[in-house]
Design a protein. Structure first.
Length: 202
């Protein structure tokens, strides 16, 4: 069993993300716990519309969510994984960047948010669970798709000395320093034979 707390935008003065939830195991007994920060991929409105229309095999279905909730709460699809991880004794902070402007849709934005989220989880855990703190030597970052690219970027740059583990789920890299700046490389990658390594591994 886990507890979920709304932890809102961070940092308070100039938020890098608007949404977050902290997930803690109910039976947490350690005074210092490992933490995991999770971040979603990009969910631009056209993709959302396609997901809502497409009901064929392999479709990503958000059962019971209307279009508005998809656009506002699409970031929260990482909550299911977050609850599973928290059940194993981790403090998990799931963050959401769903209000990003088009110009901010690149890995650098995700990396800055993840680095800031390390401070956030260290601040939030003792606020929500008195007497418990985050072990700053045991912090992991997990991201999917654009967030998967973001965690790799954060681990290499923004948060290189602050994370002990990185999990990148199906990372995408079309936008690294600005939107679409690596689209040519991504298209070329798909031209290579499967598992050939011709234009990168894959």
């Amino acid at each position: 069993m886990v507890d979920v707390a709304e932890t809102g935008p961070w940092p308070p003065s100039a938020p890098l993300y608007q949404y977050s939830k902290l997930i803690l195991p109910k039976d947490m007994t350690e005074a210092s716990v490992p933490a995991v920060i999770m971040i979603h991929g990009a969910i631009p409105p056209p993709m959302v519309e396609r997901c809502l229309r497409w009901t064929g095999a392999g479709a990503l279905l958000f059962t019971g969510w209307d279009r508005r909730n998809m656009l506002v709460d699409g970031w929260a699809y990482m909550m299911h994984l977050g609850k599973k991880v928290a059940h194993d004794g981790f403090a998990v902070l799931v963050i959401g960047l769903s209000t990003l402007k088009a110009a901010d849709q690149h890995q650098g934005t995700w990396a800055k948010a993840l680095n800031s989220a390390i401070d956030h989880v260290c601040h939030a855990v003792p606020k929500v669970r008195a007497g418990v703190s985050v072990d700053t030597k045991r912090i992991a970052i997990v991201g999917h798709s654009a967030g998967g690219g973001g965690v790799l970027n954060a681990a290499a740059h923004e948060a290189c000395d602050r994370v002990a583990a990185v999990v990148s789920l199906n990372p995408s890299h079309p936008s690294v320093e600005q939107p679409g700046d690596h689209m040519t490389e991504c298209k070329k990658f798909f031209e290579g034979a499967n598992f050939s390594g011709e234009y990168g591994e894959g």
